[in-house]
Design a protein around this ligand. Structure first.
Ligand code: HEC
Ligand code: HEC
Length: 296
């Protein structure tokens, strides 16, 4: 065995020893974990291959006698042999080209395969799992879930306490303000997708509208204005929306929540973005429970 081989072996052993040292000092479990064991095997293989390849070429540099034909080009005395392109390289070039074409025109645009597609599929699978785990979640779990989702998704606009940040978004400590209700009475509303369809403008006017708005904004307590009859035909005598046919004016209920989160909403205050596909049905239900807790 010549000196070069011995040096190469020493180098490989040093690399392996250093790898083992790092793994031990980080307390990584090699024997019990399949992936860690594979990674360790790979690191050792890389150390051995690096040493072997380096030795081969160092040896070749020392002992090779030039053979073959020099190309005509010459750069300050440094020439180049006329070698054939190694066939492995050529095959790899063609394969890379084919893959790039497939990925650029089919794989990525149609999600036949892409990291984004794979990510989306994983999210769907996790959402499904989440939905089945929490299918029958109790009220306390939903409240906790709703609170944490709220703090991430809704608090930036609606405020940590749900007060709507001084009129920048809906104030959840009540239902709707007098101004908001008057705005709907005057301009109608057609955006949420209730089975009843749209609410036409001008269902009441003047003092009647004012009285009705004060009554609803006050939580529908006290004496009901006679003209509320104009609203009751769609929203129900109690204002609760007749089982989801029209919005519940008394409370943030599940129907309103689902529709607002699906479609977003534009009103007197501003624009509420749609959360379509960003919250699962269980999370939407949790939002209802949490927002009801804010308004109680
Ligand atoms: C013809 C049926 C109908 C009548 C009558 C009616 N509404 Fe409505 N109202 C609706 C529907 C449907 C919606 C939901 C519209 C939408 O999708 O944006 C609605 C929405 C509202 C909203 C907005 C709720 C929200 O959360 O965005 C308020 C407030 C409201 N109505 C108040 C009233 C008042 C006050 C009256 C009586 C003066 C009245 N409505 C009469 C059908 C009606
Ligand atoms: C980008 C700001 C923004 C974010 C984020 C946001 N909202 Fe809103 N939201 C608004 C605004 C503005 C309104 C008032 C719309 C109007 O003028 O009627 C509103 C209104 C609402 C309403 C009242 C709808 C009605 O008809 O009474 C509900 C319920 C609601 N948001 C729930 C949520 C929930 C739940 C989240 C988090 C998942 C959320 N919002 C996130 C801005 C936002």
């Amino acid at each position: 065995m010549n000196a070069l081989r011995i040096k190469a072996m020493a180098f490989a052993i040093l690399l392996i020893a250093a790898t083992i040292y790092v793994v031990m000092s980080l307390n990584i479990d090699i024997t019990g974990d399949f992936i860690n064991a594979m990674t360790m095997g790979g690191a050792i293989a890389i150390a051995v291959i690096t040493a072997a390849v380096t030795t081969k070429y160092l040896h070749q540099m020392k002992t090779d006698i030039p053979a073959g034909k020099l190309a005509d080009e010459n750069w300050d005395g440094i020439g180049e042999y006329e070698n054939e392109l190694p066939s492995g390289w050529a095959y790899m070039y063609v394969a890379t080209f084919i893959y790039a074409m497939w990925y650029g025109f089919i794989g990525y645009p149609t999600n036949a395969y892409s990291q984004i597609g794979e990510y989306n599929e994983e999210v769907l699978a996790y959402n499904k799992k989440f939905e089945s785990i929490h299918k029958n979640a109790d009220a306390a779990t939903l409240l906790k879930m709703g609170k944490s989702t709220y703090l991430v998704q809704c608090a930036p606009c609606h405020g940590n306490t749900g007060d709507g940040l001084s009129g920048r978004a809906q104030d959840f400590t009540g239902r709707m303000s007098k101004e908001q209700i008057l705005d709907v009475i005057n301009n109608g509303s057609n955006q949420l997708g209730y089975p009843m369809g749209m609410m036409p403008p001008g269902m009441a006017s003047g003092k009647d509208a004012e009285d009705i708005a004060i009554y609803i904004a006050g939580g529908m307590k006290g004496e009901k204005p006679v003209m509320f009859a104009a609203c009751a035909s769609c929203h129900g005598e109690d204002g609760k929306g007749m089982g989801g046919m029209a919005p519940n004016l008394a409370q943030y209920d599940e129907t309103l929540m689902t529709l607002v989160l699906e479609k977003g909403k534009k009103g007197l205050i501003g624009t509420m973005p749609s959360f379509k596909d960003r919250l699962t049905p269980v999370q939407q239900k949790a939002m209802t429970v949490y927002i009801q807790s804010l308004s109680n």
